[in-house]
Design a protein around this ligand. Structure first.
Ligand SMILES: [Zn+2]
Length: 347
């Protein structure tokens, strides 16, 4: 368990490497200090990070975290450095646990989520840092309720149903997120054990320019990079289908002007003059290329049956694209992702 490891390392430092007095003074100054907000006088446990001490309540931690619950059930309370050997000393008579390997900001965000209802609320706009902290900490300390809320929240933005994907969101997920936020979210999303979140997250990552993707490769695993790059190539097929197949240029409708206009639109929208691919089915407005400003004035030549055919084909392509999305990113079909752990926690 993490606190034991940290304690061993601290002991080693003290015994093997006695620092000079000046360093001791500096060390004293840099010791973690009681946190201004998360310091409850009636708290019965102190959690220590490299930066702060948090005086909180065992009951609150145990209620929300299986790891803490198990720790406190160990003989000697698990926090007094006695029988269980998990304690990291005492602060003013209160047992202390060092949060080994945890960033202070992650510990802070987890405790704030437990003590301040406004800090993180499901379906409310939050910050990328808060969400990442809560994902990391709820995985490490097995905070099932927090994890289930985050999964539900993320499902709204990274759904497994096309209708939900296309539906306008009531709130943004993040306040002012960095441009690489999909990649940063992906770097921790696997900790939620909810594969169905991933296809649309990969999709958003893949929409970025290749130059950006390569500049952010340090944020994600090799496996995820592989899926994004190869999936990005696979997606191009649907972009050309959405123009060529949907406009059916080989389909003679008997109207010569309509036929020629459709062929012209295919050539123009397939963008052969550029290295850029045409828009993907989900990037297009409901009426596809017929309602793009460039073609709006020109598509009057297209006869009504062909316009209807185009709409139907595009709609079908959108559904096909969504159905194939997990496969594009080398994952199981949507239906096979139904055995996710989060389903147990839902309602
Ligand atoms: Zn026609």
């Amino acid at each position: 368990m993490a606190p034991r490891k940290k304690r061993a390392r601290t002991d080693d430092t003290q015994t093997d490497d006695d620092p000079p007095e000046v360093d001791e003074l500096q060390e004293e100054n840099s010791k973690p200090q009681p946190h201004e907000t998360l310091w409850h006088d009636d708290g019965n446990i102190v959690l220590a990070t490299d930066a702060f001490l948090y005086r909180v309540h065992k009951g609150v931690l145990a209620k929300n975290s299986t790891v803490f619950r198990n720790m406190f059930m160990l003989p000697g309370d698990g926090t007094e450095g006695g029988t269980a050997g998990l304690g990291d000393g005492v602060w003013d008579g209160v047992p202390m646990v060092k949060m080994a390997g945890d960033d202070d900001v992650d510990v802070y965000n987890l405790l704030m989520a437990l003590y301040d209802r406004k800090h993180y609320r499901m379906y409310e706009t939050t910050t990328l840092q808060i969400l990442i902290s809560l994902i990391v900490m709820s995985a490490k300390y097995e905070c099932e309720d927090i994890r289930a809320e985050i999964v539900k929240h993320l499902k709204e933005h990274y759904p497994s149903k096309l209708d939900d994907f296309q539906k306008a969101k009531t709130r943004e997920l993040f306040n002012d997120p960095p441009v690489d936020y999909h990649f940063r979210l992906l770097s921790v999303a696997h900790m939620l054990y909810t594969p169905s979140l991933l296809p649309s997250l990969y999709y958003h990552c893949s929409l970025h320019d290749l130059k950006n993707i390569l500049s952010w490769l340090h944020l994600i695993s090799r496996n995820d990079l592989d899926k994004i790059i190869r999936g990005r190539e696979r997606m191009a097929k649907y972009a050309y289908e959405a123009v060529t197949d949907a406009l059916l240029p080989e389909n003679e409708c008997g109207n010569r002007a309509c036929f020629r206009k459709r062929a012209e639109l295919v050539i123009m929208n397939n963008n052969y003059d550029s290295y850029d691919r045409p828009p993907l089915p989900l990037e297009m407005p409901p009426s596809g290329i017929l309602h793009l400003p460039d073609s709006k004035a020109k598509h009057a030549e297209i006869c009504e049956p062909c316009v209807q055919n185009y709409r139907l084909s595009l709609n079908w392509l959108r559904k096909t694209f969504w159905r194939d999305l997990p496969c594009i990113f080398f994952m199981d079909e949507w239906d096979k992702m139904e055995t996710e752990l989060h389903a147990e926690a839902e309602d």
